[in-house]
Design a protein around this ligand. Structure first.
Ligand SMILES: [Zn+2]
Length: 313
């Protein structure tokens, strides 16, 4: 049997046919064109059919459909409570897509689905808990505890990016000051790099970017590798912020594994993961107590984590 995993993004709808080994056999993607709940349900059903056709899999071989959406969900009843980028409230998506496909349609939050996808690749016998930390414009966190998504009361939990790590710090989109994502997201790294360039006209970062508008999450890392001192300061401070938030999560939940996702997570191990692990180890409450500490690893599934995680639902 196969499962179809669907990732409802801000701009695209992606569907993949996933086999029992959690491999994507075929995938299809279409732009998200919002008109109404009915149109979205039909688009999702059509997309699932197109993915099945591309995979050469008959409808009878599809056992279930899983859908990940950006926002809180009522997973038990497959209802989207509301979404971040699309004007949806209380959409019974399970029932609506189920009208086209007579199979169970399961629903999850997209960050939770991505965490579930990463968790699934370990196999349930190896680990019981995992937190996926995605470093993007903000910081997304998906929490798996005892093998299950943990999204808390009203499905609004798991917002690790909005832990305050700098009291009275930078204003966040959530309305508070000093949230972790204001300091340790990829977006924050870009802002920190731009500020360092303005403060250091002699910095080698200017050789990589003629203007601060060209700065990316890689700029400071690249300049640091070329020996630039200002860039090394940016990277050291960034890892410091990242380590503080990770240590908070590890002290609170002690997961078996923390996976880092997003473009920044692909930096060379010696430049990011090794110093990060050392910082976290020095700060964790368990540093002298146990032999086996939380593993900090790079997420493996990348853009496919949402599809695979939705399929695992
Ligand atoms: Zn915040």
């Amino acid at each position: 049997m196969y499962t179809i995993g669907i990732d409802v993004g801000g701009t695209n709808l992606k569907a993949g046919v996933v086999n029992e080994r959690l491999e994507i056999v075929a995938k299809k993607s279409i732009p998200l064109v919002w008109e109404s709940q009915e149109k979205l349900a039909k688009d999702l059903a059509d997309l699932a059919a197109a993915a099945a056709e591309a995979a050469g899999v008959a409808r009878e071989e599809i056992g279930s459909i899983g859908i990940g959406v950006p926002g809180p969900v009522d997973a038990a009843q497959s209802i989207i409570r509301h979404t971040v980028n699309i004007p949806i409230t209380n959409m019974p998506i399970g029932k609506m897509v189920g009208a086209y496909w007579p199979v169970p349609v399961r629903l999850g939050n997209d960050a939770d689905c991505a965490a579930l996808g990463e968790f699934a690749r370990f196999g349930s016998t190896d680990i019981e808990s995992l937190i996926l930390v995605t470093l993007g414009t903000g910081i997304g966190t998906g929490i798996i505890m005892n093998g299950k998504i943990w999204s808390g009361h009203n499905s609004c939990g798991g917002e690790g990016g909005h832990m305050v790590i700098v009291h009275g710090g930078e204003l966040c989109t959530c309305g508070r000051h000093g949230c972790w994502e204001r300091y340790a997201s990829a977006g924050a790294l870009v802002r920190q790099t731009q500020r360092a360039m303005e403060a250091h006209p002699e910095s080698g970062m200017w050789k990589l970017c003629a203007s601060t508008k060209e700065v990316s999450g890689r700029t400071a890392f690249e300049a640091m590798r070329a020996g630039d001192a200002a860039a090394k300061e940016v990277v050291d401070a960034y890892i410091d912020y990242l380590a503080d938030g990770l240590t908070n999560l590890i002290n609170l939940l002690q997961p078996d594994v923390v996976c880092l996702g997003g473009g920044v997570s692909h930096e060379r191990e010696e430049d990011l993961l090794l110093p990060l692990r050392q910082c976290v180890r020095e700060r964790s409450i368990d540093r002298d107590l146990v032999d086996r500490h939380t593993d900090i690893l790079t997420a493996k599934l990348g853009n496919d984590a949402g599809i695979i995680g939705a399929a695992v639902l």
